[in-house]
Design a protein around this ligand. Structure first.
Ligand code: ATP
Ligand code: MG
Ligand code: MG
Length: 434
């Protein structure tokens, strides 16, 4: 989608991805762009390989990421190596966002420590460590169990256990309902095999107090090289099994009876004079500013709206984000165009949400293996096209259950109209996704 946004401005992009047929590589052929000699080439390789990242860096002026699970040491090396010389034009390669920011964000515990240190409200959290002060013998599993119990003692149940690294779509999270589940949780998050290796297992997990949210809210923030910051409207994200399922844009009024938040106006909250939307945007902008100068590009900020109307920050994605896909059709410029403007040091015009109401539905793979036929006659895609929705199918090679294969964006005159259309689409999804 970033390459699709680059295409109208003929901005050449070279992609590093392990797969030769990666969706991004399907979008452009840098080798036929009349820009460089030798011609630009997509790179087939790992995001974790210094050699591959260097091969990419040699071809570009600006290097950015669309996934945070990259080797930051390699990015830092490249940023230093190519600081003033090298790269496509020989004048150095800029890495956005700064590798140090990606490093903080990719460790979810370090990210929480940073945010808390900047005075940004987050759910209370504690490290889970295999080396507690008390002497518990040499069994790391016992020490971990003890550490989880101590967190549960402080925060109560349910307790959210999270992997610090390589988490996405809830993979790496475990909701602990009682002390009886600790072994199962440790087994799931740190499998037996990895304990048996004898390698240190400290610092792999942390615990978070359960946030009894009434809604999950997200804001896309774009920050330029000069520090100018703009945010897209706050949206509601609805997760299913920890995977983003539907996004409603802008944020709908909270109508949960326990919420105490007014229904009359979109997103109006009872804490203070400002609406939830505005407070969410301000919190998100503050969080991105707090990352420092190197925070350049677009960022997804996930938050929890609590029953009393206050907001907790859940996590930051240092890249375009699923909760911002609606911006492609529903805003004057999309999160992808915004990212390009930011990293290319171009102006960031005011952001406008165009329709009255919009929503995005993710198209997740539903078969365990093989390919789902999204275009089949009675399927969701045909129905979405029929109702005038924008359909995106990513062209991923393999379809797995729960894998994000595409999405659909609906725009309408009212929240009711958009909701009715989403309901109609969800109705034709296979059983698990209704
Ligand atoms: P992503 O795919 O967004 O990167 P992730 O795997 O990093 O997700 P989180 O965002 O930490 O995981 O959590 C996934 C979902 O789990 C959240 O969107 C929310 O629904 C739920 N969740 C996370 N933390 C908490 C919490 N402290 N209390 C209650 N629910 C939570
Ligand atoms: Mg995450
Ligand atoms: Mg998340």
């Amino acid at each position: 989608m970033l390459l699709q946004a680059a295409s109208p401005m003929a901005i050449p992009i070279v992609v590093l991805d392990p797969e030769v047929t990666a969706p991004a590589k399907q979008v452009s052929q840098p080798s036929v762009m009349p820009l460089a000699d030798p011609p630009l080439q997509h790179v087939d390789g790992a995001f974790t390989s210094l050699g591959m990242i260097s091969q990419l860096a040699q071809q570009v002026d600006i290097l950015t990421i669309e996934i945070e699970h990259v080797d930051v040491d390699a990015l830092e090396h490249v940023a230093n190596e190519f600081k003033t010389t090298g790269g496509r034009s020989g004048q150095g390669v800029k890495v956005y966002p700064a590798p140090s920011i990606i490093r903080t964000i990719q460790d979810k515990y370090a990210q929480k420590v940073h945010l808390q240190g900047q005075g940004i409200p987050v759910a209370p959290f504690l490290p889970i460590t295999s080396s507690p002060a008390t002497s518990l013998g040499s069994n790391p599993r016992d020490a971990l169990r003890e550490s989880v119990l101590s967190a549960a003692h402080q925060f109560g149940y349910p307790l959210m256990l999270k992997s610090r690294h390589l988490a996405y779509d809830g993979k790496g999270n475990f909701v602990l309902k009682s002390a009886d589940g600790i072994d199962e949780a440790l087994q799931a998050l740190i499998p037996e095999a990895s304990l048996a290796t004898g390698k240190p297992i400290a610092d792999r997990l942390y615990a978070e107090k359960w946030a009894p949210f009434v809604k999950e809210v997200a804001v896309m923030v774009v920050r330029g090289v000069d520090g100018q910051t703009r945010s897209y409207p706050a949206v509601e994200t609805i997760h299913r099994d920890s995977v983003c399922h539907i996004v409603y844009a802008p944020l709908r009024p909270v109508d949960t009876p326990t919420s105490g938040i007014g229904k009359e106006q979109r997103g109006m909250g009872k804490l203070g004079e400002k609406s939830v939307d505005r407070r969410a945007q301000e919190a998100a902008e503050k969080a991105i500013d707090a990352l420092g100068e190197g925070a350049v590009g677009v960022f997804g900020v996930e938050m929890f709206l609590l029953p009393d109307g206050s907001l907790l920050l859940n996590e930051i994605a240092p890249r375009p984000h699923n909760s911002g896909h609606y911006t492609i059709e529903a805003c004057n410029y999309s999160q992808y165009t915004a990212h390009l403007y930011a990293i290319l040091s171009l102006p960031l015009p005011p952001i406008k949400f165009i329709p009255s109401s919009a929503a995005m539905l993710n198209l997740l793979g539903w078969s365990a293996s093989g390919s789902d036929d999204f275009l089949k006659p009675d399927g969701v895609v045909r129905k979405a096209i029929g109702m005038g929705a924008a359909v995106h199918l990513y062209g991923k090679a393999g379809c797995r259950k729960g894998r994000k294969m595409g999405h659909v964006t609906i725009m309408g005159e009212s929240d009711e109209e958009v909701k009715a259309k989403i309901d109609e689409l969800v109705d034709v999804l296979p059983g698990d996704y209704k």
